[in-house]
Ligand binder design. Structure first.
Ligand code: HEM
Length: 233
């Protein structure tokens, strides 16, 4: 397969979706693990140090560029595949198959992806812009905390501020529900596209996919809820 075919053929586009999908799944594991430090109930000390490592050291910063490129590529190829599939299906089935053909979330990957994109725009505005750009609009510059004479950006304080709003907490929970359903199809689909066809392994990956799609978004959703309800301190 040539580079051009990788970006233009259906198989190439699916491969890109698979690779970027697995990369984004790995990112979610790191992100949820790091954020879970807020439950250490140490006024966010471990979380602030871990976030500082991710934001201020060279390897995570280079990976961050890869992450944004991966997200953009995943969105563009996902959109073109969705349009392509819609055109192919434009004749439609005479009898609607409903859930007998596939699950609703497998048929709604484009819609779920769009909801996640809207969530991401809000999310980047809340945390990434103040951390990297010093804030835009009514999102302000982050405060700084000091541990053993070293300065850290107070991303934990930002979480406490952002998650005081019930509307924001509800939007985050809805974003996490969209992520759960997107992963429910995307997780095993990514591995299958990358060549996992053996029936025994397919079943294992499917089960891991279901577990991952429930546990990770649930943990993410519990973060704004915990802050709003004052379960972290
Ligand atoms: C719902 C709970 C979540 C919380 C509390 C949270 C918190 C944060 C924080 C504090 C940052 C800034 C990190 C920094 O600048 O060093 C961040 C960045 C980011 N988050 Fe989240 N996040 C959550 C869920 C998600 C989800 C579900 C996704 C993906 C679907 C996501 C994707 C991202 C991305 C792409 C970035 C920017 C990457 C980077 O800083 O390198 N987050 N998040």
């Amino acid at each position: 397969m040539t580079w051009k075919q990788l970006f233009t053929s259906s198989v190439g586009k699916k491969l890109i979706m698979g690779f970027t999908g697995v990369f984004l799944i790995l990112f979610l594991i790191v992100h949820v693990g790091l954020n879970a430090c807020i439950w250490a109930n140490d006024d966010g000390a471990i979380f602030k140090k871990a976030a500082h490592f991710m934001g201020e050291t060279i390897v995570p910063r280079i990976l961050e560029i890869g992450l944004f490129l991966g997200i953009i590529l995943h969105i563009i190829q996902g959109m073109t595949l969705e349009i392509q599939n819609k055109r192919k299906r434009s004749v439609g089935y005479q009898i609607p198959l409903g859930n007998r053909g596939s699950k609703w979330y497998s048929r709604s990957m484009g819609l779920l992806g769009t909801l996640i994109l809207l969530f991401l725009i809000m999310h980047i505005y809340h945390f990434w812009t103040p951390s990297r750009l010093g804030g835009i609009g009514n999102i302000h510059e982050l405060s700084v905390v000091e541990y053993n004479g070293k300065e850290y950006l107070n991303l934990y304080g930002e979480m406490v501020t952002v998650f005081q709003s019930l509307i924001v907490v509800i939007l985050y929970v809805l974003g996490c529900i969209s992520l759960a359903y997107h992963l429910m199809h995307g997780f095993h689909s990514a591995f299958r596209t990358l060549g996992l066809h053996n029936q025994r392994y397919v079943r294992i990956v499917r089960s891991c996919g279901v577990a991952f799609s429930i546990i990770v978004p649930l943990a993410f959703a519990m973060m704004p809820v915990s802050v709003y309800l004052g379960w972290v301190s």
